[in-house]
Design a protein around this ligand. Sequence first.
Ligand SMILES: NC(=O)c1ccc[n+]([C@@H]2O[C@H](COP(=O)([O-])OP(=O)(O)OC[C@H]3O[C@@H](n4cnc5c(N)ncnc54)[C@H](OP(=O)(O)O)[C@@H]3O)[C@@H](O)[C@H]2O)c1
Length: 290
Amino acid sequence: MPMMSKRELPHRIVVTGARGQLGRSLCALLTDAAVLAIDVDEADIRDGDQVIPLIAGFQPDVVIHAAAWTDVDGAERDPDAAYAVNAVGTQNVALACQRAGAAMVYVSTNEVFDGRASRPYREWDQPAPISVYARSKWAGERIAQMLLNQLYIVRTAWVYAPGGNNFPSKIIAAADRLGRLRVVDDEFGNPTYAPDLAAAIVQLISTGRFGIYHLTNEGVCSRYEWAREVLRLSGREHIPLTPIPSSEWKRAAQPPLRAILANTAAAALGIRLRPWREALVDYFGADSRK
Ligand SMILES: NC(=O)c1ccc[n+]([C@@H]2O[C@H](COP(=O)([O-])OP(=O)(O)OC[C@H]3O[C@@H](n4cnc5c(N)ncnc54)[C@H](OP(=O)(O)O)[C@@H]3O)[C@@H](O)[C@H]2O)c1
């Protein structure tokens, strides 16, 4: 029986990146709290003079920091731009939390690991990022840890949501455009449905148990297996799908091949996400445009 702690949703919550995949999912769930939902139009997190007073002035109990530079290949081409958002921007959000006495949720990535381990990564494993994006996200983790005691670091992976620019939507668009697909079969991860991740984060912030967490839908697959399931569930099973090694799929950034996350810490609090295939079924049910 997992150890349960007292659960009470914080009253005042800021969500950064509120128009992103995770931010939208969070805002849809947080109907019982007073929420300040901000994205780049309300305040650019790179600008401390703008974002620190805005967040601190709301007097939040918790800030869920979901804003990020998420273009992994773009980060390789323009590292300064990625660090400006993921490191400096996170520093500004953490300083706002410090000023308000608020807790922070920093959303991080499986890519902080190099993916060379033969087993899934646990929360206490040592990060060793191999791309600019991943290094900038790990910098954000360390900055937040230096500035705050009341901190949840939530690492997740392969996030998708209805209306987002994500792997399932790209597979469908490419299938319709090309009529056939080649997808890498040696990169493994945990597909994670943003509404499920949002629900787990809401559970987590109700515990007051600060620390590092790995939150993904349960189960592991390759990009190829994920694409095959996307084609099946979207009625495109007839599209020819060829497995290829990642060495044949040229990208600016080198992804970690097995940065698989194990949920150990949240599971000990009774927080688990359902299997990824079940969540993908809901995604197709939720998005009638597919
Ligand atoms: N997507 C994934 O597969 C994945 C995997 C692991 C971890 N994560 C992490 O999970 C979190 C949420 O990801 P997501 O998929 O929801 O990302 P997303 O859809 O790209 O949303 C990020 C949001 O942040 C905003 N943003 C970017 N730069 C900003 C700035 N300077 N000031 C204020 N807002 C800014 C973006 O606005 P614009 O769209 O206008 O730029 C966007 O609305 C991120 O921390 C990400 O690193 C994501």
